[in-house]
Write a new protein. Sequence first.
Lengths: 130, 484, 464
Amino acid sequence: MSEIPSELRYTKSHEWIRTMDDGYLEVGITQHAQEQLGDMVFVELPEVGSTLGGGEDCAVVESVKAASDVYAPVAGEIVEVNDLLRDAPETVNNDPYGDGWLFRMRPIDEGELDELLDAEGYTGVVAADS
Amino acid sequence: MLIFERSRTGCTNPSQAPDDDSDISGIPTSLLRAEPPIIPSVSELQTIRHYTSLSQKNFSIDTNFYPLGSCTMKYNPRACNKYAMLPGFLNRHPGSSDRTGQGFMACMYELQEILRDVTGMAAVSLSPLAGAQGEFTGVAMIRAYHDANGDDQRDQILVPDAAHGTNPATATMCGYQVREIPTRPDGDVDLDSLRQTVGPRTAGLMLTNPSTLGVFERQILEVAHIVHEAGGLLYYDGANLNAIMGKVKPGDMEFDVIHMNLHKTFSTPHGGGGPGAGPVGVNERLRPFLPIPYVIDDGGEYRWAVEEDCPLSIGRLSAFMGNAGVLLRAYVYARLLGREGMQRVAEHATLNANYMMRCLEDKGVEMAYPGRRATHEFIVTLKSLKDETGVSAMDVAKRLLDKGYHAPTVYFPLLVPECFLIEPTETESKEELEGFVEALVEILKEAKADPEMVKHAPYTTPVHRIDEVKAARELDVAWQIPEN
Amino acid sequence: MPFIPHTEEEIRQMLDAIRVSDIDELFSEIPGDLHSGKLTSVPSGISEMDVGRIMLARSRQDGHYINFIGGGVYEHHIPAAVWELTTRGEFYTAYTPYQAEASQGTLQLLYEYQTMMSSLMALDVSNASLYEGASALAEAVLAAARARKKLNKVVIPRTVNPRYRKVVESIVRNQRIELVEIPFSVTEGTIDIDVLRAFDKGSVAAVVVPQPNYFGLLEDVDTLTDAAHELDALVIGLVNPTAMALLRPPGRWGADGADIVVGEGQPLGIPLSSGGPYMGFMCCRNKYVRQIPGRIVGRTRDDKGNEGFTLTLQAREQHIRRSKATSNICTNQGLMVVAATIYMSLLGPEGLRRVAARCHHNTNILLAKLTAIDGVYRCFETPFFHESVVRLDQPVTDVLRAIEAQGINGGIDLSEDYPELGNALLTCATETRTVDEIENYATHLDRIMSRRSLDPPCAEKVAG
């Protein structure tokens, strides 16, 4: 079973969400997701300043044999993207919960966060997946 | 070595180009090219040696058994090539009048009639340039049909989860949403799920039969009934038509529209990735929407149908009339086989597949759909090997290359883990089939004894295992003149 | 049994092994009421010798005409070595190079093709081909719209081949793209730049710029490219590859060059062949590489560090991305790319330039000879590449029919697609036409036209 940090929130589509000190949300893909996709070769990131609905596709992570959409976990505005990934997409493989984050967003309604999965809920999703 | 690395400035082939005495003063100098392109300057013999030696780095049907499931890699008769390349066909400009193309058009008209019979459809257009364009054509006609009936709330195309990737990609190109229909463990479509999914938004269902799982969809008439009842149309992906040619007609299975892959069923060459040809057949209700052009017999004289003949046509898909040379090859093949030969294609493709499947089963290889009859292809799953040894289907595929066999189709269909889709075709001998079975069984033994060895295969090909990750991360898609 | 190797005895052994009594039993899963019985209109099989007889008779029936038709595909000399090599079984009967280690020949050739083609166009990237020119233009329109996410308007001038415009319309119709045609100057035969400049900035996803245009004329590509970029639109170049050996390539148009370039690759060693197979080419700048469809080959290493080649960026394609792929294209025109690559290698940059120059030279002679005839006029004085338009004082269809009876294909009648040009004839002389053939065309045309003006057919007398 791959690592699922208990302090993060999750979606069924394998994004993780960290609430930062300034109230922004940091979003990436989970250890399990990066293992399934294999060696990352390209990451397409959303535009800073764009406003997204919850569940809207906004990024793509691409390996040699697969490409997967990444969805905005909640509605909000993109405030920053991880430019490091443009030249080093493998960071998503090497450090999915750290330097491999994809984007940061300002949520419109923080209440939506309560609808996300906790680590235990996501563990169930991964178990059903394999 | 790349051809560019053989290039020497000033080396020309004077017999291949006109003299350098043309007057180009009519072209403004501001529009002229300043720097020459990176095209090599090499002698004729150097060119021939270079590309001959490249050709020798390929597997091909002419050199190797190629059991690629769903791709139908069978012998490409040389007569088809020879007679498609006759000067009268080869040198004719497609903008010439129909009067000067009656011989060519007679072949095209007869090919349309042959395909009509094989598919059991009312009319055929030869114009789509490949299977995927045939699919596009078919779905575009479905859309045009609903639009013509004012039935424009239909915005979904249903596709089984086992389908070729071209099916959902095509539906998207035609502006449809895609909804997947699950497959039951025995390989047939899940009818309950289909019933729940169809409705007033269903434009149609795309289906391959025999399916991509190497089995015949036994409930096809129920499927047709469910889709038609909901007002949708039924699309036949003809990728596997070779398995039923002369036995069952898609028209009798109540399909409304079909595309065929002539580079599969009618044995035109794959050419390292094309050209193909993807004619479409339709029943009466879709006939008005056929793409142009197609050949009409106008009182003993052939002519291409134009817009005025079919005002509801979905239009043109290419500047001319389809991949003429490919169509001529298919025509020659059809004449050589004839009606009896076509039926035997299906029979012997099925015989070979079932024979191989039985030989492998007898040696303990696991089938994805045990208990089902193979059609012209079947699926092996190597999941237990992967779990046990870490050796994947891809590793086994690469190791097969060392034994002189092209790998079967790997990792398709997506719903069977660690799978091989194996299609031997009717043109392979019993000896060749047995040779492949032995090679595969031997590799499975190797995988257990020395998994690391298999994981690093191949060893005898012009290159070892290729680094695809590096290729994608450090994109190098064109050679540059070295700086020094 | 054609192409089936088994003996009766082997068939028996195989059936026994499967444990069925006959072949029909293998089809037992097909519901009984679906067994269709025999084919009815497929004729019985015949021998190779008999098929040969039929094909030879039909190809002779189609005859041999001295060709002055262009309009998108052109007669060129094809060195004998091109198809001798291309039809080698190892190219001809190979599959798409998905298994890289078993396909290094095809893959390296495609990489060499991409190098030649992207350099010929002066752009960064070339794909490994599309079906043909018109559908390639449709794919370029879709790629540009993807790159310009929220915009859906694409400008296509009327100087683009009318059939190409129809094909684009058929293919992009259901994807919410608005195609806007813009007119040309009837005196110059080229795009009216003021119409282009009148669009609102930021409202157009892309502008198609042909070079040469359908009339064979040279567009002011620098001004057009800059004007399109001024609107924040992408520039889709639509070019003839032979011409690019002589003319400034799209990557060097205007201040920043074209963004995507497509066209018909047939002139590069592919026979006219009654309509195909041909090949479409597509090149682009690096930043659009993930937007373009079709296969792309990359150079990489194997696990021993040797140079090798593989298909790359496959995650754009239908077999991985399915409903979100850049296109549904799967099979392309691989074998045609083999021919084109060998053709370019045999000619070299100098040979290719000479072919282009001779085409222009011959068309110049053709225009001079034709316009020396009473009742034949140059339609446009604009510089051309290897094709141009003349206006006749008689209906073109009738004249072409009479010329055809003399074994000559005189050109394309434009009067249906461009009624504003009157009795207009698009005509072309490539490097394969001799001065004698051109003079012969002119002599017959002169005779036919003067006879018809003295003694028009009865129908016209009544109508007149």
